[in-house]
Each structure stands twice: as structure tokens, then as C-alpha cells.
Design a protein around this ligand. Structure first.
Ligand code: FA5
Length: 341
């Protein structure tokens, strides 16, 4: 009997060693240790043995079983076995693995909200290139070369040219007004959200790469009152509460009259903080009635048409909405910051 056990152990060990893959190994396992395996049969028959022999033989048989099981386990590992490689061996009771899903950047969320609100007021979304030519960014907007207003928009000029005219990274979304009017007849009611660039020093309210949303409404009888009503309604719906705004006289070559629109600073509730330069007011947009020279530049008759235009800082909208004290935080790629939205 003991000799049988030794022979069984040797043959089984040899079989385990010689198994070339997991399938072979499984065959060897079934032969000796499986439910109908040889050693399993021997262990099962222990109960029929006289008790005198049973304890010594049983001990030995169990030792053989343990040795074979260990040899089997280690060969299994050598052959590359793992839970994952076992077809159909998914543990359905194991807790699921959370899929890491990203989410929209706060500026994108802001843009979508802006589009939704203006869309509901009948404004269509228009688009234009981020790399602009000088004519659309300046000349058509009544800012010819040498005009001092060009200094207001410190510009990234590119080495590339188109038709011998220099190209630049657009300093505002206003060129989209021109492009849209060139291709469409009035009445016009558009917004144009997009990325803009300025070569300027950064601070809590200024970035070199920021986002604006342009607005343009052209028809026969448009007045500043229409602009005020639209912008007030927009702020109310964007901030989900009444927001105090003020219009300050300003100057833009492409609008007359021109003004800047501030809202009461949401961050300090109008008391004054570093974000609003301690004034209690936060500048959100430039606006005005479209200058007749602009209407002429796109081939419209300024005698019959009037309209308002505005350019609003989208990063600044997001700052006020989410109470962010510094515009530079949006693009600092700090996940701890971004995951909050
Ligand atoms: C303009 O860019 C004009 N094109 C706006 C306009 C359009 C006036 C149509 C009249 C008619 P301004 O440079 O003021 O204007 O910028 C408009 C808004 O963009 C500002 O009120 C501010 O909210 C935002 N903005 C301007 N510069 C920066 C900057 N560096 N970083 C972040 N936001 C800025």
C-alpha cells in the first residue's frame, strides 16, 4: 500500500512537471486530485481500513496530497494562471470597479448655459476662426492701422500671412460679427462664444488666453433699451437671482455710443475685494450701438439699420457664478480645483 502511494506521488509529480500548459495541468489534477482522482479515491477508502493501519497510512496519504497540491499550485503559477486568465471565472460577488469618468470644464459648463439662455431668447450661435486676419479683427471694426485703439488690444501677431496680410490670434470675438454680417442679411440675432488672446500682464481678472461671448442684434428699430432688457434678463437667468448692473460710458471704435457693463461683485457682495479691484463692481462686458462705419464695411445700409453689440468675458461669468477669486485658476490644470465642479 505504501509503495503504491510512493509510486503515485512520483508519477503525479512527473506529470505536473511535464505539463506544458494549463490544460495539460488540469488533466493531471483530475487524474490524481480531482473528484474521481486516484489519490482522492485512496483517501476516501481510509474509512474502510482497520483503525490500526488507518492512522499511519492516512497521515502519509494526506502528506502526499499536500505535496501534490503545492506542486500543482506552483506549476499553475509558472504557466501564467491568474483569476483574469480563467474564462468564466468572474467573481460576481466582488465589488465593482468604479469607472473614472471626466466631466465638463467649468468654462464649458458656463458656455453651454450662456448658449441655452440666449438660445431661448432667439439668438443663434455663430462661430469664427481663432487665427484671424487683420482686416476682420481691426480694420472692419473701424480700427485702421495706426489708430490708437489698436493699443487697447495687445496682440499676438503670427509670422504667417494670408494674401500678404499679417495673421494674428484674435484679440476679441468681435470679428465674428463681421464674418456673420458679410454672409447674412438682417435681421440678425447671434451670439459667438469662443477663445480669445491678448499679450498682456496677468492678474486675478486677466489672462492671456480667455473666453468671450459676442452678441449682435441688428434690425430696423433696435435701441439701448433692447440691449438693457436682454442683458438684464440674461444675468437674472444665469445667476438665478436679480443682479444689480450698471452701465458706464466707454469707448470702442466699432460702437457709438459705447459703454461697459459691471455687475455688483458676487464675491464680496459689493463691499470691495482684490477680484473687483476694491470697487465693489466687476466688469463683465463691453457693449454699444453698432457704429455706422461697421455696417457700411459689411455692405449694409446704415440709414435703415440699427443694432447693439456686446463682448462679455466668459471666464469672468464663471468666476462670479462659482465664486472663483482668480481667473488663472481655470487653466492651471489643478485637478483638485477642477474636480469641484
Ligand atoms: C472687447 O473685447 C470688445 N470687443 C467688446 C465689445 C464687443 C464692445 C462689441 C462693443 C461691442 P474688452 O477689451 O473690454 O472689449 O473686453 C470685453 C470683456 O472681456 C471684458 O469686459 C472682460 O470681461 C473680458 N476680458 C477682457 N480682457 C480680459 C482678460 N485679459 N482676461 C479675462 N477676461 C478679459
Amino acid at each position: 500500500m505504501e509503495n503504491n502511494l510512493k509510486t503515485l506521488k512520483n508519477t503525479a509529480e512527473k506529470g505536473i512537471k511535464q505539463a506544458k500548459n494549463l490544460k495539460d495541468l488540469d488533466g493531471v489534477f483530475r487524474l490524481y486530485l480531482g473528484r474521481k482522482g486516484e489519490l482522492t479515491g485512496i483517501l476516501r477508502s481510509l474509512k474502510d481500513m482497520p483503525s490500526k493501519e488507518r492512522s499511519a497510512f492516512g497521515k502519509e496519504a494526506n502528506e502526499v496530497r499536500q505535496v501534490l497540491q503545492e506542486a500543482f499550485d506552483s506549476r499553475q503559477k509558472e504557466l501564467g494562471w491568474s483569476n483574469e486568465t480563467q474564462e468564466g471565472s468572474i467573481d460576481v460577488t466582488a465589488p465593482g470597479q468604479k469607472i473614472q469618468a471626466g466631466h465638463l470644464h467649468p468654462i464649458t459648463q458656463t458656455r453651454r448655459k450662456v448658449e441655452e439662455i440666449f438660445g431661448s431668447m432667439g439668438f443663434v450661435v455663430a462661430d469664427g476662426p481663432e487665427v484671424e486676419d487683420e482686416w476682420h479683427n481691426f480694420d472692419a471694426l473701424n480700427i485702421p492701422a495706426g489708430h490708437p485703439a489698436r493699443d487697447l488690444w495687445d496682440t499676438f501677431w503670427l509670422k504667417a500671412e494670408i494674401n500678404k496680410k499679417p495673421l494674428l490670434l484674435r484679440t476679441h470675438t468681435s470679428p465674428v460679427q463681421i464674418r456673420y454680417m458679410q454672409e447674412h442679411k438682417p435681421p440678425i440675432r447671434i451670439i459667438a462664444p469662443g477663445r480669445t488672446f491678448r499679450y498682456e500682464a496677468t492678474d486675478a481678472g486677466h489672462e492671456i488666453n480667455f473666453y468671450q461671448v459676442e452678441g449682435l442684434m441688428i434690425d430696423e428699430n433696435i435701441s439701448v433699451a433692447n440691449f438693457k432688457a436682454v442683458i438684464q434678463e440674461f444675468f437674472k437667468r444665469f445667476f438665478e437671482k436679480d443682479v444689480t448692473i450698471r452701465l458706464r460710458p466707454s469707448y470702442f471704435p466699432f460702437t457709438e455710443p459705447s459703454f461697459e457693463v459691471d455687475i455688483s461683485c458676487v464675491l464680496c457682495e459689493g463691499k470691495g475685494c482684490s477680484s473687483c479691484e476694491h470697487t465693489g463692481w466687476f466688469e463683465m462686458l463691453g457693449a454699444g450701438m453698432v457704429h455706422p462705419k461697421v455696417l457700411k464695411a459689411v455692405g449694409y445700409n446704415p440709414k435703415n439699420l440699427r443694432g447693439f453689440a456686446f463682448g462679455m468675458g466668459m471666464d469672468r461669468l464663471a468666476m462670479m457664478k462659482y465664486k472663483i477669486p482668480d481667473v488663472r485658476m481655470f487653466f492651471a490644470s489643478d485637478l483638485k480645483f477642477l474636480k469641484q465642479f
